[in-house]
Design a protein around this ligand. Structure first.
Ligand SMILES: [Zn+2]
Length: 359
């Protein structure tokens, strides 16, 4: 799982040669393997002067062998003169690009740390607890680290007064201790949101035992038992995260609407968004999930259009069945991020597509 310590370590890598940083969006919901390989080849061409053919081939071989539906983003960090060769797989897409600089280009990794919420998932029963970090659609068991935090030890007194529920005192003390440790973890590691899980019987009491700062960061809960496999906790946590994601999408659509017509910061609707893609001005493309539209593509200059006569080239434009897909490919190729929004009436009103512009 990516941490800021990784970025620090990568940042410290020095070489007398320019270093290559390559990021690929390998989300197979957005593009098939063939298209991913083609755009990888296009990016590698840009650094062909520095990156020997055998190392270019090593990247392509890696893609050929390793790509699967789970891997949505890849980063390669290469010293053309030899070591190091490092590569990272992500379960979320990264912004595509290739860089040849004195230091490694780490902006995309920093964006991942910035943009995604880090969740702490606490799974507990009456006696035990297991703690996880869920980030970038990956899960890590941090129960051992968690256990190092000081907790509230049984001293009677106020905790008994405060919880006069149906659950026994020793369970209440256990919940209080886990709540205190979770708060300690939050103070040290500052996760963004909390998910709690366990039997329906104890979750309400655990919620009450949480520090107010954590109660306000509670993203949701799910009923489960400790013996379940980690993958199950991941999937359930991702369902909660999905709900948070919907809220963020609603904010994004609102931001899009607010920025329309203000100093060329954003556009909406197929026609204006196409124009921005053709002008290579798109920073972030916003698409209503499942929206399609047919259109045209110029074989000479690559221009995308709604009508057959939109390009200045002599050639006849080719009809494309899925113009939105073409638009997305073009946006990814120019380093834009793509955000899908599900079931938003507001985005539908804005014309189903929109874009935040670079300038
Ligand atoms: Zn043309």
């Amino acid at each position: 799982m990516l941490t800021s310590a990784d970025i620090k370590e990568l940042n410290a890598i020095k070489s007398s040669n320019p270093l290559i940083s390559l990021y690929l969006n390998t989300d197979q919901e957005l593009q098939n393997k063939e298209k991913i390989l083609t755009s990888a080849k296009d990016l590698l061409k840009k650094v062909a002067d520095t990156l020997p053919t055998n190392l270019q081939q090593k990247v392509l071989d890696y893609l050929d062998q390793e790509l699967n539906q789970e891997i949505k983003g890849l980063a390669f960090f290469i010293d053309p003169a030899g070591e190091p060769w490092r590569q990272y797989q992500f379960r979320v897409p990264v912004r595509q690009g290739v860089y040849q600089e004195a230091n490694l280009h780490l902006t995309q990794l920093e964006e991942l740390l910035d943009e995604y919420e880090r969740y702490c998932t606490v799974v507990l029963d009456k006696e035990k607890a297991q703690i996880f970090t869920v980030f970038l659609s990956e899960i890590e068991d941090i129960t051992d680290i968690f256990n190092e935090f000081p907790g509230q030890h049984a001293q009677g007194g106020w905790s008994q007064k405060r919880f006069q529920g149906h659950i026994e005192d020793h369970v209440q003390r256990h919940l209080k201790e886990i709540a205190t440790k979770t708060y300690g973890l939050f103070k040290q590691d500052s996760f963004d949101r909390l998910i709690i899980a366990g039997s329906k019987e104890i979750l309400p009491d655990f919620k009450k035992a949480l520090h107010p700062d954590l109660q306000s960061r509670l993203a949701g809960d799910f009923a489960t038992e400790l013996f379940q496999p980690t993958e199950h906790f991941l999937q359930e946590s991702l369902k909660v995260a999905e709900k948070v994601e919907r809220e963020k999408e609603a904010e994004l659509v609102k931001e899009l609407g607010d920025n329309l017509g203000v100093g060329n910061k954003a556009v909406s609707g197929v026609r204006d968004t196409l124009q921005a893609v053709n002008d290579k001005k798109v920073m972030k493309l916003v698409l209503a999930d499942g929206f399609t539209q047919s259109g045209y593509n110029c074989p000479s200059c690559g221009l995308l259009g709604l009508e057959a006569d939109e390009c200045g080239c002599q050639d006849e434009l080719e009809e494309v069945a899925d113009l939105i897909d073409e638009m997305m490919q073009a946006a990814i190729a120019q380093g834009a991020r793509v955000e899908f929004v599900k079931g938003s009436k507001e985005l539908e009103d804005l014309g189903n597509v929109g874009a935040f512009l670079r300038y």
